[in-house]
Design a protein around this ligand. Structure first.
Ligand SMILES: [Zn+2]
Length: 51
């Protein structure tokens, strides 16, 4: 059974933010639903800093 989580992404080109369900460890190429740029940044949830 696939583990999906809702992740947030942001387009660096137009600034559009959107959420998408992704599978664990998935690393597929994404593109902005608005401008189709592939400059998508994954907005990770805040975690305690690793040192
Ligand atoms: Zn965009």
């Amino acid at each position: 059974m696939a583990t999906k989580t809702q992740e947030t992404f942001r387009c660096m080109m137009c600034g559009h933010e959107y959420a998408e369900a992704v599978e664990k460890d998935e690393d597929k190429e994404r593109s902005c639903p608005k401008c189709r740029s592939n400059s998508i940044r994954h907005l990770k949830k805040k975690r305690p800093p690793k040192e």
